[in-house]
Design a protein around this ligand. Structure first.
Ligand code: ADP
Length: 659
């Protein structure tokens, strides 16, 4: 009898980093299929795996001997915490034990168990290409909710330093792409303007083409003085995940080093100069190409100067402009402090903005020279200001989050145009049911794949493979904001309680974890600290994790806790900013605003506060497995999409759009 099988056809596999799978139904006649090239390859793979297993057995025997010698020489290990944790996990013996497990015999067990090619020891498994044919979940993936569409659609242009996945460093990149796609899906015409960093993976930009060159006014230092002259700028156009993008950089022949180098930030050029020039270049291009969007949405300090330039250079007196400007603040921590003469990199002097009611940085009053604060200028010159969660907005207005901009936010006319709109996540990009980066897919109704993802990660990272150990994860930039001491406390507590801890992170506070990774926790069966950035490994960690810890000192919104929910992990978070708007303590009382109590929260900034919440999570995991698994499944069902938030953004767009 003919069988009906769903196979995946990939669109844009060559062009896109995260191609969207398109499900098509194909009839495949049975019962016996001829042996395919793929099957032959799998058998060959199995043969070589079996050879690899023989080699590993030999290596293991050697390790066992070395271990015995080592134990004779030093019967105790120096660190008590590690000793007890190590004992709880079976100590170094556990490593040997893992390798000693009965070895799989059949093709099914070795290579294609559940369609999974299990990682081999030492393999950088996260560097594997995304699976080209993920096993579809039986019964198909979730039904798409009907898309709400707006009437009287708007033209929105984002100016930003980041855009996921091509130029992502943190949440800013995710938010720009997620919001742009969500507004686009509602029917609005959305474009993104992004620096054409040399490091961009151009193969992930569809239909990339050179649009035009524009002469952009720009300041230069010449004989110790600032002079203004044109900088020839190339504008390119392409699509990223279906969203139109303009990419700008100095033209090849200019020999300018702006946006050159191997990464997004931290190139050899002056960052302030680069983003001031970028703001001017975006506005110049919009003018030359005769584009008059309804909304210019500027993201963070990098783009804030565009608000000043828009109203002072391109629309002085604000006559006849249909464009309105919105500044979105993703983080008040970095506000862009700029010397007045540096502002001339925009081709416009800084002095006209150096007053208390405009962009003067109040910290520098009386200093020589007094400086400008680009974020403040952006706030003053924008028609609306948004930040990325209601609680953070409240912390900015009434708590300490505004920092030096406290008195700016005390101005009633600015407070009244300030909104907190909770971020969402891109639920197509972050979907455990279709994610091609996962070894197995799953969802709330068919959660079995999550256990396979956990086993895959444990095996891949060389941890003890044990489905019963709670796997606690942190995926984070490693900077003081993220609560470095609490991440460390979570590590020690987890291992001490017999759980497993995985960290994926990078940033200037990483030395503390590097030294733990190379010292105390080197080759530990229950701890792996990966000090690096890897989008692919991040997906695999969220899928494998039982618990995701986000102990930030402050957090404008935070995306990791929402990704964790989507992937069926339980977040343990410090109750600040957007974390307080998205995670509600399981042991709390009353209905959660989002309808579901989904994690564990704490308030203090000390180790004890974190321990309290983490212990409660681990206790629930250990003592009430069925309650834990329904919590995990409930979390997967929560709506963490952009749907609601995109609507809120559109409401603000409309409230400021010209009549
Ligand atoms: P922030 O923007 O302050 O860094 P968010 O929680 O808003 O924090 O967003 C962080 C985003 O960056 C998430 O998508 C997270 O998965 C990702 N991320 C953070 N660190 C890493 C890393 N080392 N490797 C891969 N992804 C990371």
């Amino acid at each position: 009898m003919a069988s009906l099988k769903q196979v995946w056809e990939w669109r844009g596999l060559v062009r896109g980093a995260h191609p969207r799978p398109r499900l098509v139904k194909t009839r495949i006649s049975g019962p016996m299929m001829p042996r395919t090239v793929c099957q032959v390859a799998k058998i060959e793979e199995t043969v070589s795996l079996e050879e690899e297993l023989v080699r590993l057995r030999r290596e293991n025997e050697l390790l066992r001997k070395q271990l015995a010698l080592y134990q004779q020489a030093s019967p105790t290990t120096p660190d008590a915490a590690v000793t007890s944790a190590s004992r709880a996990a079976g100590g170094p013996e556990a490593v040997v034990e893992v390798l000693e497990r009965p070895l799989p015999k059949t093709v099914k067990e070795v290579g294609v168990d559940g369609g999974i090619l299990w990682p081999t020891p030492g393999e950088r498994f996260w560097e594997r290409a995304p699976r080209s044919a993920p096993a579809p979940l039986e019964g198909g993936t979730e039904q798409q909710r009907p898309q709400e569409r707006d009437l009287n659609t708007l033209h929105v242009v984002h100016i930003t330093a980041e855009m996921a996945p091509i130029a992502k460093v943190g949440g800013l990149g995710d938010v720009v792409t997620g919001l742009a796609k969500a507004a686009q899906a509602r029917g609005h015409f959305v474009t993104v303007m992004l620096p054409f960093y040399e490091s961009l993976p151009v193969d992930q930009i569809e239909d990339l083409k050179h649009e035009m060159d524009v002469e952009v006014p720009k300041g230069y230092r010449w004989d110790g003085e600032m002079r203004v002259g044109p900088l020839r700028t190339s504008v390119f156009w392409g699509r990223v995940q279906g969203c139109p993008v303009y990419l700008l950089r100095p033209a090849e022949e200019t020999s300018s080093s702006i946006f050159r180098g191997g990464k997004i930030y931290g190139g050899s050029y002056n960052e302030m100069e680069a983003y001031l020039y970028f703001c001017r270049a975006c506005l110049e291009y919009l003018q030359v190409s005769n584009q008059h969007p309804h909304i210019l949405q500027l993201h963070d300090w990098h783009a804030a100067a565009a608000a000043l330039l828009f109203w002072e250079v391109y629309n002085p007196g604000a006559v006849n402009s249909r464009t309105r400007v919105m500044l979105t603040i993703h983080n008040m921590d970095n506000t862009g402090e700029c010397r007045q003469d540096e502002f001339s990199f925009t081709g416009m002097p800084g002095e006209p903005f150096a007053s208390i009611d405009k962009a003067l940085d109040e910290r520098t009053i009386g200093h020589n020279p007094e400086r400008l604060n680009l974020m403040k200028g952006g706030i003053v010159y924008s028609n609306a200001i948004t930040t990325v969660s209601p609680t953070y907005a409240n912390e900015v207005l009434n708590g300490g989050a505004a920092g030096w901009l406290r008195s700016t936010f005390a101005r009633p006319e600015l407070r009244s145009k300030f909104y907190g709109i909770l971020n969402g996540i891109d639920i197509e990009e972050w979907d455990p049911a279709t994610d091609p980066l996962l070894p197995a897919n799953y969802d709330a109704e068919r959660p079995g794949g999550k256990a396979l993802c956990k086993k895959f990660l444990q095996q891949g990272l060389g941890l003890a493979v044990d489905e019963h150990k709670p796997l606690v994860a942190v995926v984070s930039r490693l900077v003081p904001q993220k609560g470095i001491h609490l991440i460390k406390a979570a590590l020690f507590r987890t291992v001490e309680r017999g759980g497993q801890f995985v960290l994926l992170g990078s940033g200037h506070s990483d030395p503390v974890f590097r030294s733990l990774a190379d010292g105390q926790f080197k080759d530990h069966p229950d701890c792996r600290l990966k000090i690096m950035y890897s989008e692919r490994l991040a997906h695999q960690i969220y899928a494998a994790a039982d618990v995701v810890v986000v102990p930030s000192m402050f957090e404008p919104c935070g995306l990791t806790q929402m990704i964790a929910l989507r992937y069926g992990a339980v977040p343990v978070v410090r109750r600040t900013g957007g974390l307080a708007d998205t995670v509600f303590d399981v042991d709390g009382s009353g209905a959660a605003p989002t309808g579901s109590r989904n994690g564990f929260t704490f308030d203090g900034a000390d180790d004890g506060s974190l321990h309290g919440a983490l212990d409660r999570a681990l206790q629930l995991y250990e003592q009430q497995p069925s309650r834990w698994s329904s919590l995990s499944r409930e979390n997967m069902r929560l709506d963490v999409s952009w749907a609601k938030s995109a609507k809120s953004y559109v409401d603000v767009y409309r409230s400021i759009a010209a009549a």
